[in-house]
Design a protein around this ligand. Structure first.
Ligand SMILES: [Mg+2]
Length: 255
């Protein structure tokens, strides 16, 4: 008897129109350049560094964090990334002092950075209808679990399309500190849903981190196959993996 379903966010419940790595990076670049305006308002930016160099410096740090998180599963929230980059620029005297920047300022930088990305994410055609049907199941709890460096990006996207109300828990790696497939983040989500039995929970996602992580956490797994393939996609072999093409097919696997 299934008592809970943990959904991944990107390419499971939501999609990016015409996805490509380039479009993804483009949205980050727009956000990063927009955040320079805010750094000017904060009197941090002083034109010692060009916007191009700032973009390069930020991209290098982001790559470094991604490489590290692939090994350690540790998440680097975007606010922390800004903090690291700005600290090293301040050390080089390429910007003014950052001593007056508080958590609120770093949070706002993070929001600006992800604002263009947020415009791109839209629910998949069957998401709302499927969640509505699932909400009618008695005693079934639903959660979103996303590997994302901004918790508010995921939460606000759900709110923007009136989907937040369907979930008992919304968990991100930014909030928890570790990324899928680390089993700990699945246990944390289960607890937040108010459930205790991992084997009574189903994990539905579009990639390695979801199904391998769910399997490691002792949960049942469903791969929601995405048409677009990312470069460097990881192969996996999960026993008893169910494959579906569309989120609405999950209903067939509940009884
Ligand atoms: Mg995904």
């Amino acid at each position: 008897m299934i008592k809970g379903i943990i959904f991944d966010f990107g390419f499971t419940l939501f999609q990016f129109d015409n996805p490509s790595v380039e479009r993804y990076y483009e949205s980050f670049k727009k956000g990063l350049l927009k955040s320079v305006e805010y750094l000017k308002e904060l009197d941090v930016w002083n034109d010692q560094i060009s916007e191009d160099d700032f973009v390069k410096k930020f991209a290098m740090k982001r790559e470094q964090c991604w490489r590290e998180s692939r090994k350690t599963k540790k998440e680097f929230p975007t606010s922390k990334l800004y903090q690291h980059v700005l600290e090293s620029l301040w050390e080089m005297k390429a910007i003014n002092s950052i001593n007056h920047l508080n958590d609120k300022a770093y949070f706002k930088l993070q929001e600006i950075y992800h604002s263009f990305e947020m415009e791109e994410w839209k629910p998949l055609p069957n998401t709302k209808e499927t969640l509505e049907k699932l909400s009618k199941y008695e005693k079934l709890k639903l959660a979103v679990l996303s590997n994302h460096p901004s918790h508010s990006m995921v939460e606000n996207s759900l709110k923007k399309y009136q989907l937040f109300k369907y979930f008992n828990a919304v968990v991100t790696s930014a909030e928890f500190g570790k990324r899928k497939p680390d089993p700990e983040i699945f246990f944390y989500t289960l607890k937040k849903m108010g459930l205790t039995e991992n084997s009574e929970c189903l994990v539905c996602g579009d990639e390695y981190a979801d199904v391998v992580g769910g399997d490691r956490a002792g949960m049942q797994t469903i791969l929601c196959e995405r048409r677009y393939k990312f470069p460097f996609e990881r192969e996996f072999d999960v026993p008893e993996l169910i494959r579906i093409d569309n989120i609405s097919e999950i209903l067939e696997h509940l009884d």
